[in-house]
Design a protein around this ligand. Structure first.
Ligand code: ADQ
Length: 472
């Protein structure tokens, strides 16, 4: 079996500390089941250029990490990645900043990744690069003469070309993406947006009739690979953790009240302020809910040293404080808002306890919490998912209560409907959603991508067959 090499911006060698983030959850699952090498940033900075990667073995996975040069880290990570690409790709075009200095640091960090990764690569490795931080990595590796199959998966949405064009270097981004052999997206919409960007930048002739892309005489395959969750593992965890101390204390603290839950990294794209406003509206229109329902929002801090993230944190604290001040009673706090990380198991226990999961991002590549909520439920007495139409997960989970996250009245009504939904309807919806989750679980996600990438290694003279229905 050829070795899998995963590359992502940040690599956290598993310890007992849990990292909240969908990419880490997904890539770790792929690496654990298949083994291989996982390369990326250690989370530290250094003066000057870093030396060779530090290698750490954990079971069948070797973690290879490097620090980043202190002077490049901020313009690369806070600047181009999270000041330009993240807002733009989530359609916050007005919040996007752009600076040539940031873009140059983005290029330098990608070159550094290529230079430190290349000596670790074997001839028949499969290299799978993750997410928007590393779009130029394939071009850098190709410049160094590497010939291994290179795949890229975008965890976040790919924006429509009309939004993408707002970025001064959008053409470079598209040209760098077609240096990979395989480019994968979460949803069919993202893929269509990418194809229209390719037509705009490379010309319509770059789109081949079979759906693949022609670039400099090479064939670039593209596909849709919706990320999933480990359904059986989540069911096991959520059952077991009901008896854990932390989950028991949480349940005891509810004093028999019904629980609505939200779990998100603290990020402005997750729609948390509007979600709180929708819950406020629900309490306004349903006075019966007072002292009978509690909204538990778990939102671990992320990218906390970036200004936009400090702002959203402040505004959430103010909104939760105002709403609690308005409705709370001596023995009831309507919104419990926590900025903490929990182990995956405890989190799944919280999700199982809740009767309604509210997942209302303004945009999201997929949103694993929506899928985790469904998988964690008791199938005999399941809760109801209220889901934003702008999350990639909505493409698959069409039997959730679908809402527009800015429509506070619509979200409030969906919460009300979810809490009143009869058992039979809840079971029917949950059954449909669970079947989708099983079909597209985490194992299906990585094996489909890796099979498609493996096929890119075949000699060019063999006419490449269609590998799967969703790979062109
Ligand atoms: P994220 O934006 O991080 O992921 P999401 O898909 O919801 O969003 O994944 C978050 C993960 O972190 C979940 O597995 C969740 O359980 C975990 N988590 C959240 N809060 C936690 C807490 N307090 N403690 C511990 N764990 C916590 C990005 C994209 C998404 C895409 C994923 C995967 O933005 O659109 O779905 O990658 O591709």
């Amino acid at each position: 079996m050829t070795r899998l090499v995963a590359v992502s911006n940040r690599v956290t060698v598993p310890r007992r500390v849990t990292v909240a983030g969908g990419l880490a959850v997904g890539v770790l699952a792929a690496m654990k089941s298949r083994g291989g090498l996982w390369f990326g940033w250690s989370g530290e900075t250094t003066d000057g250029q870093p030396g060779p990667p530090v290698l750490t073995n954990r079971q069948n996975v070797t973690f290879a990490t490097i620090p980043l040069p202190a002077e490049d880290h901020e313009p690369y990570y806070g600047g181009f990645c999270n000041g330009s690409l993240w807002p733009l790709f989530h359609y916050f075009v007005g919040s996007m900043q752009y600076s040539d200095v940031h873009f140059a640091a983005y290029g330098r960090v990608n070159r550094l990744f290529a230079e430190r990764l290349a000596p670790l690569l074997l001839d028949d490795d499969l290299v799978w690069v993750h997410d928007y931080h590393l779009i130029p990595l394939a071009a850098e590796l190709r410049r160094m003469g590497l010939r291994q199959p290179l795949g890229f998966f975008l965890h976040i949405p790919f924006p429509h070309v009309e939004a993408l064009r707002a970025l001064p270097v959008h053409a470079e981004i598209v040209r760098d993406l077609v240096q990979y052999d395989l480019v994968g997206f979460q949803t069919a919409r993202d893929l269509e947006c990418f194809r229209s960007a390719v037509a705009e930048v490379l010309g319509p002739a770059a789109l081949r009739p079979d759906g693949s892309i022609q670039s400099d005489g090479r064939r670039v395959r593209v596909g849709v690979f919706p990320i999933g969750v480990d359904v059986d593992e989540i069911q096991r965890e959520s059952r077991l953790s009901l008896s854990s101390e932390t989950v028991r204390r949480m349940c005891d603290g509810l004093l028999g009240r019904r629980c609505i839950i939200g779990v998100d990294r603290l990020d402005y794209s997750k729609g948390l302020v509007d979600r709180f406003l929708a819950y406020e509206r629900y309490m306004e229109t349903c006075p019966d809910s007072h002292n009978r329902v509690t909204f538990l929002q778990i939102a671990p801090l992320s990218r906390a040293d970036l200004r936009t993230y400090a702002e959203i944190r402040r505004s959430l604290e103010q909104t939760a404080g105002r709403i609690n001040g308005r409705f709370a009673e001596t023995d009831w706090t309507p919104i419990r808002y926590l900025n903490r990380n929990y182990s995956h198991e405890v989190l799944m226990g919280f999700l199982r306890t809740a009767e309604v999961g509210v997942v209302t991002p303004m945009r999201d590549g997929m949103n694993l919490v929506a899928k985790e909520f469904i998988a964690a439920q008791d199938p005999e007495n399941p809760g109801v998912l209220v889901l934003s139409t702008l999350a990639g997960a909505a493409e698959e989970l069409s039997s959730a209560l679908l809402v527009n996250p800015r429509d506070t009245r619509g979200v409030a009504e969906a919460i009300q409907r979810a809490l009143a939904m009869p058992l039979e309807e809840r079971r029917a919806r949950h059954g449909e959603q669970l079947a989708v989750l099983r079909h597209n679980d985490i194992h299906a996600w990585h094996s489909r991508f890796i099979d498609a990438l493996q096929a890119c290694a075949r000699p060019a003279i063999v006419a490449p067959p269609r590998l799967q229905a969703n790979v062109r």
